[in-house]
Design a protein around this ligand. Structure first.
Ligand code: MUC
Ligand code: MG
Length: 367
């Protein structure tokens, strides 16, 4: 199972409507399809989504780091030598989604070689996850209409509401309107993408105290160390670190430093190998996790649900598995479907990724 070729194929698929949040906005899925080929003819696939406002990566930088640095380093190693592969990749700092896609493509190869689903190899706890839908910035009536449409169409009853705008009261009003429209049984949590100050975050949380939020995520920058600790100490619900805890060392730092009390795990940035380390770290510390989305397309979502469903703790909360609904199309031969508020793990060997060659030809950006 020697690695003989690593491909990084940039592609672009427009969104039906942009997703807007405090640190950026997405109008098109300008992702990179990563394919690792072996001498036995197996090909593992995954996607890397560039998020410059979170990691500094771009579509061009992902292609360049894979073509110029990672591929030459790992050619000749086997798909079973993941630790050796990571040793090579980690000589380069940063580039988390490029590294994660290589890792997940290797797991895809292992699953295919064994004739077993990756989700089973990772832990096999369940075959599906409840879905949480992300509601981006828009006028309040449109945010409410979107949540109602998503609930009525897909049966989704968990929503992550993007907050972090200035002044913060508009977001408080949007959350209140969502709670009133969706009723007390719907699960709501908020994600500020560092848009508020620590003190505005505290004010907003006080004004939303009666809304029954499940979590608060990354409301203010973790770099404002003392303000953030003060906020987390008074936060009435688990405070999720997302972009401030993208590696095991950062997870340790944020949790032990009192800057977070829960962790968002994103396979798009820690693959399967390092996501499992983060999950076990959190389990050992008694800290809850949520399966987050790097605004994944269908490939990325398949990876997130394969990992999330594999473990008891990662499947305990709804996973962010519905961003692909905002896209006009995708690359999979058989599209993902969400029904009754849940998404199932794909059956079959590996990750179950089957790329439609016509769609790839239509959306690829390199020829
Ligand atoms: C999220 O959970 O924050 C937006 C920025 C990012 O890094 O991920 C998305 C969703
Ligand atoms: Mg987040």
């Amino acid at each position: 199972m020697k690695i003989v070729k690593v491909e990084a194929v940039p592609f672009a698929i427009p969104y039906k409507k942009p997703l807007k949040f405090a640190s950026g906005e997405v109008h098109s899925a300008d992702h990179v399809l990563v394919r690792v080929h072996t001498d036995q003819g197996l090909t593992g696939s995954a996607e890397a989504p560039p998020r410059p406002y979170t990691y500094g990566e771009t579509q061009e930088s992902i292609v360049a780091v894979i073509d110029k640095i990672f591929a030459p380093q790992i050619l000749g190693l086997t798909a079973l030598e993941r630790e050796a592969v990571h040793g090579k990749l980690d000589r380069t700092v940063g580039n988390p989604t490029a590294k994660a896609a290589v890792d997940m493509a290797l797991w895809d190869i292992l699953g295919q070689a064994a004739g077993l689903p990756v989700s089973g190899l990772l832990g096999g706890y369940t075959d599906r996850m409840r879905v949480s839908h992300m509601v981006g910035f828009a006028p309040t009536d449109r945010m409410v209409a979107e949540a109602e449409r998503i609930r009525d169409t897909y049966g989704i009853t968990t929503f992550k509401v993007k907050v972090g705008r200035q002044p913060y009261r508009a977001d408080v009003e949007a959350c209140r309107a969502l709670r009133e429209a969706l009723g007390p049984e719907t699960e709501l949590y908020i994600d500020g993408n560092r848009g508020w100050s620590a003190s505005d975050s505290a004010r907003a949380l006080r004004e939303m105290a009666d809304l029954g939020l499940t979590f608060a995520e990354e409301l203010c920058p973790a770099d404002d160390v003392l303000g953030r600790r003060r906020l987390v100490a008074q936060c009435p619900v688990p405070f999720i670190a997302d972009e401030s805890a993208t590696r095991p060392a950062e997870v340790t730092r944020e949790l032990l430093g009192g800057s977070a009390t829960a962790i968002s795990i994103k396979t798009a940035r820690t693959g399967f190998t390092t996501s499992q380390r983060v999950l076990h770290q959190c389990e050992g510390l008694g800290v809850e996790t949520v399966m987050g989305s790097q605004i994944d397309g269908q490939l990325g979502t398949l990876c997130t649900v394969a990992f999330g469903a594999a473990h008891r703790t990662s499947s305990a909360h709804a996973g962010e598995l519905s961003n692909f609904l905002d896209m006009t199309d995708d690359l999979l031969t058989e599209p993902l479907t969400i029904a009754d508020g849940t998404l199932r793990v794909r059956e079959g060997a590996g990750l179950g990724i089957d790329i439609d060659p016509d769609k790839l030809a239509r959306y690829r950006q390199d020829r």
